[in-house]
Structures are given as C-alpha cells and as structure tokens.
Write a protein of this length. Structure first.
Lengths: 225, 405
C-alpha cells in the first residue's frame, strides 16, 4: 500500500541546509499498525508529513496505492488527503473559536453529504474517540488537552480513511489517557485501518505490531513483532 | 450544496470572530463615510456659491457713480452724484443689444408697521428691475410704469422684510408701512431668492424710483444703473459701448477722470470661478486623501487578518479541502465585509452630511459620483487585499502554511 524509495528531505534555511531524511526506503502493507520511533530531530515528523501528502520530498519516490504522490497536482493531493488519509497533528490544530462538532465536520465540507449526515457521522466519530456528549457544542478553546486530542482523532476518522497518521498522539497526555487513546487506535487497527503513528516513548510504540526506528534521518531498525 | 457550504462557512467565520470582523467593517465604514461627508460639504459650498452668483441677475452690467474729484481730493468711489434717470433712458434707447435697464436709488431707512420696526434697504426702481435682477413676485404685483410716473406711495416687500415686520408667512398686502414719515401701501411680496452676499434681495423693500427720489432721498440722482445685456456673449461689447456713451454724455475725454464705474457679471463669475476652481482642487485632494487613508486602513485590516489565518488555511488544506473552495470562502468573506461596511458607510456619510447642513448651516450635496467612488475604491481594496493573501496562503504546501508564524 505504501512504498517509499530513497526518500530524502533537505530544508534550506538561508545558507545552511539541514537534511531531515537521508534515502529512507520502506514498505507498509494494508492493515498494518506501525510505530515510528526516534529521538527528536531524527526526521520522524518530516517522514510523517510526506506520508500524509502535506509536504513533498526533495528526492525519492512515494507510491500510495500504486500512484506516485509527487506526480499529483494540488487538487488531486487534496482529494487524496480527503479520501484516504486521516491525520492527527502533534499540535492538535483545531479551528479556533469553533464548536467541536464543526471542527470534526471540517473534512466533509464541500462534499455532497447533507447537514444531518455530517452531524450524524461527526457524533459517531466523537463517541468512538471517547468525548463526552456534553462537550459537542463547546468551542475548541474551552477544551482540555486530552479532549482536544479526542476531537482531533474524531476528525481524522470522519472520512473513514484507509490510513490514519498520528503525530505524537499521546504527547500531551497522562499515562492513563494515553493508554485509552492507544486502545482506540488498536480498535481501529482491528477494524482494518492502516495505522502509522509517531512517538518517542517505547512503551507507546509497544501497542504497534511493527516498529521502525529512525536516527539522524536514516532507518536504524525495522522490527516486526 | 457547495454554494450553501461557502455561505455558511463565511457566516460562521465572520460571526465566530466578531471583534475582527467588526474592526474590519469599522475601517471600511470610516473610510467611506469620511469621503462622502467631506465631498458633500465641498460640493454644497460650491453649488451655493454658484447659485449666489446666478441670483444677482443674468448678463448683468452695473453702472455705479465714480469718485467725486475736486481740488485733487477724492471723496471715494460712489460719492459723486452724476448718474441720472436720463442717463438710464438714454442708454436704453441709444445702445443695441440691451434687454432691460433699471436705474435704482437704494439706501437703508428705519421703517415701522403697526408697532414693529426694522431697518432695511429701500430700493427705488422701475418695473424692469424684475428682469434685470431676476426677482420674481410671490403675491400681489410689482411696481408698474404708471406708479413710477405718478410717484405712487406703494411698496413691494422682500420676504425677509415681510417676516420682520408682519411675521413669518403672513399676507400684508393692503396694509401700510411708514418710511421717513411717509405711509406706503403694500402691493406685493417678492419670491425668496436666498442671500446673495452683496445685498440680500430678500431683505429689501421696493418702491417706485420717483417716489424714492421725491419722498426719501430728495434729489434726482440714482445710486446705480443695472443693465441686462440680451446675450451673455455680448456683455463685454455692450459694456464698452456703455462706457464710451456715458463718457460722451458727461463730456469726459480722459479715461482717468471718469465719474462712473462699470462692473459686469462676467467679471464676478470669473472671480468666482477661480474660487470654485480652488474648491474643486480642495475637494479632489480631500477625497483623494480620505480614500487613500480609508483604503490603507482597509488594506491593513485585510492583510493582517488573512495573514493571521495562514495556519487556518493550511489546516483546511491538510484535511483535504480543495484550494478553490478555500479561495471562494475568503473571497466571499471579503465581499461580505466590504459590502456590509460599504452600505453602512454610505448611510453614515449621508446622515453625517445631513447633520452638518442641519446644525452647522452649511449646505451639503451628496453626489452619487462620490458615493460610487468611495464604495468602489473600498470594495476594490477590500476584495483585493482580502483575496490576494488568501490565494498566496492557499498556494503553499500545507505544512508550510501550518508552520507559518
């Protein structure tokens, strides 16, 4: 399903070039549950952004379902993100001063679904992500960190995407909440979603079936359980 | 479905950020209202100057007595008593291209009517005065030739003089007023013309020329002769002929020593045109500066709010919303803000100019052109600077937009 060959990403910052990824190649099958671990600066977020079609690699190829992503135009990329990928950001990124429900429904905008269908699905996803019903009409800036994370997960689920990408989904949560969130991911995995998540905690990575470990922009190890 | 979504997103986005939307609208409102008010005051002043000049008369040449000279002492212009009714009659019969001639004797007198009194201009003149000075009669009649011939003790009141003596809007015809111990019967009231600066025609009373000479001034001279040329193009030549004619009649051969002076309306208009020209430049600069300031305000507001929303645009893109829909939404927001602000601004500017004319007593004219200009410029600026940064952000790779600080 995902096929990466020699992915390289170089950030140009004035005169200094920073290489975030150095010729990374790997292959992920449909339905896998993969954790990418590595210390900060190892290039794992960059890799995730490339997989989520939010950023383009400097060189190398990335095939998703047999299509080379770097060959797609802007609108095709938008469709890809909308239909196949659910992305949970590290820094939550909800629309400010907007209700929980409207945030979750955001990816359904401009699609041919009715308002009631959208609300129905948003409520299902929120329930699934474990947010209490009383919070559905709260504004996004009235929520706690854990609640925001659940909203972000619900938003990633709303299109029923084949792949769910999560960038440090437990980064701001306590151990108990982290475990509940991870169990939610395991549940999604059992339902057939391909899940790729980033973490720097080995304990969180243990929930996954396969652990790719990155260091200095290169794959250090790739272990299946 | 898509159109409804765009409108709903616009509504939600604007209402979720009330302070931001409010400030943007305020910028647009102030920009537009200030332009409209400024321009309306300027145009009002311009048109009141123009109507003042028009109210003096049409194609008018005024002959006034010149300075009295004797033993090298000048008593000042207008002091010599050399113009007579005979001069006026001769001008009328001898010179071509004249529509009407009206000699007049004017002086201020105290006058009384049934316990009230006022001090105003008494104009002794002839029926042609109506034609020459663009005066119209509101009720009753004006002085007739017969009344001039017989020195009748009749008087026609200007509306302001009527208001002062008998009360606003009353009909005083048939009553009498007393000027210099002589009773005059009121036979008419003239139509209000509005103040004309030189001497207010509304605050004057008119009596037959001969009556003024017999009962009031006691001599046979006139204080000025007003001549209406039949065509505005011939004013200058008529003026020259009148000048030559009067010099011959008064036996004067040195132009330095003439005992009269001539002034024509074209000269007044020329002077006034240079005033209105300055006004036009003033207006244009006020409008230009207001538009510039308003435009920059709108531009700043739009640029900062849209730039601030680069992350939001990145987020919308990252969840798979197409660029075109994001742009439609921002365009729709910019249009909504500028139109709402624009309409409010037009109303506010209009109300402000009404208040100015009501309380400051300046006449104002809200010109459609200034409304369109103000509205057009602010809408243009608002839409361009609301749309352009949004387009720039929507063209970014989502991650770059999300990282934007």
């Amino acid at each position: 399903m995902i096929e990466c060959k020699n992915l390289t990403k170089v950030y140009e910052n004035g005169d200094v070039d920073t290489t975030a990824l150095k010729a990374v190649s790997f292959h992920i099958e449909k339905g896998e549950f993969v954790a990418i671990i590595g210390p900060s600066g190892s290039g794992k977020s960059t890799l995730m952004h490339i997989l989520g079609a939010l950023e383009v690699p400097t060189s190398g190829t990335y095939f998703l379902d047999g299509k080379e992503v770097s060959q797609l135009n802007d609108d095709e990329l938008s469709s890809l993100r909308q239909q196949k990928i659910g992305f949970v950001f590290q820094a939550f990124n909800l629309l400010p001063r907007t209700t929980v429900l409207r945030n979750v429904m955001l990816p359904l905008l401009y699609t041919d679904t009715t308002k009631s269908e959208r609300e129905e699905r948003a409520k299902q996803c929120l329930k699934y992500a474990g947010l209490e019903e009383s919070k559905y009409y709260n504004l996004s800036n009235q929520l706690s960190g854990g609640q925001i994370q659940r909203v972000a997960i619900a938003r990633a689920l709303i299109n029923n995407p084949a792949i769910i990408l999560a960038d440090e989904p437990t980064g701001n949560l306590d151990t108990k909440t982290s475990h509940i969130v991870m169990q939610a991911f395991q549940e999604l995995h059992r339902k057939g979603h391909t899940i790729i998540l980033i973490t720097h905690e080995p304990e969180i990575a243990d929930f996954a079936e396969r652990i790719i470990s990155l260091r200095d922009g290169m794959i250090e190890s790739d272990k299946k359980k | 479905m898509i159109a409804i979504d765009i409108l709903q997103e616009t509504f939600w986005s604007l209402s979720a950020n009330k302070v931001r939307s409010g400030l943007t609208i305020l910028g647009i409102v102030i920009g537009i209202a200030s332009v409209i008010t400024m321009v309306s005051i300027g145009q009002g002043a311009q048109s009141s100057i123009a109507s003042s000049i028009q109210s003096i008369g049409s194609n008018l040449i005024i002959v006034s007595p010149g300075a009295q000279r004797g033993n090298n002492v000048s008593a000042g212009r207008g002091s010599s008593q050399t113009l007579t009714v005979a001069d006026a009659d001769a001008i009328k019969t001898e010179i071509q291209g004249i529509k009407a001639v009206a000699p007049e004797v004017s002086r201020r007198y105290q006058m009384t009517a049934k316990g009230t009194n006022t001090n105003t201009q008494v104009v002794g003149t002839v029926p042609d005065y109506l034609t020459v000075r663009n005066v119209a009669v509101d009720s009753g009649t004006f002085i007739t030739d017969n009344q001039v011939k017989t020195s009748s003790k009749v008087v026609v009141l200007g509306p302001t003089a009527r208001d002062d003596l008998f009360g606003v809007g009353t009909n005083p015809i048939g009553q009498t007023i007393r000027i210099k111990n002589v009773d005059f019967e009121i036979i008419g009231v003239t139509l209000a013309k509005g103040g004309s600066g030189f001497s207010n025609p509304d605050d004057s009373v008119y009596v037959p020329l001969t009556s003024a000479q017999h009962f009031l001034s006691g001599d046979t001279f006139v204080s000025s002769i007003s001549i209406a040329a039949s065509d505005s193009n011939t004013i200058a030549s008529v003026q020259q002929e009148v000048s030559d004619f009067l010099m011959k009649r008064h036996n004067i051969f040195d132009p330095q020593l003439v005992d009269f002076s001539l002034m024509n309306q074209a000269d007044i208009i020329a002077t006034a045109s240079s005033v209105t020209g300055t006004f036009t430049i003033l207006l244009a600069s006020i409008a230009g500066i207001s538009l510039l300031v308003g435009g920059i305000g709108i531009m700043n507001m739009m640029l900062t709010t849209v730039t601030e929303r680069t992350r939001e645009i990145g987020l919308r893109k990252s969840v798979g919303i197409r660029k075109e829909y994001i742009l439609w939404q921002f365009l729709s927001e910019a249009v909504a803000l500028t139109f709402f602000g624009g309409i409010t601004g037009v109303l506010l500017g209009w109300i402000a100019s009404l208040l100015v004319s009501r309380f400051a007593g300046l006449s104002t004219v809200v010109a459609p052109s200034s409304v369109m200009l103000a509205f057009g410029v602010s809408a243009g600026v608002g839409i361009i600077f609301g749309f352009y940064p949004a387009r720039r952000a929507a063209n970014l790779i989502p991650m770059e937009a999300l990282r934007y600080e």
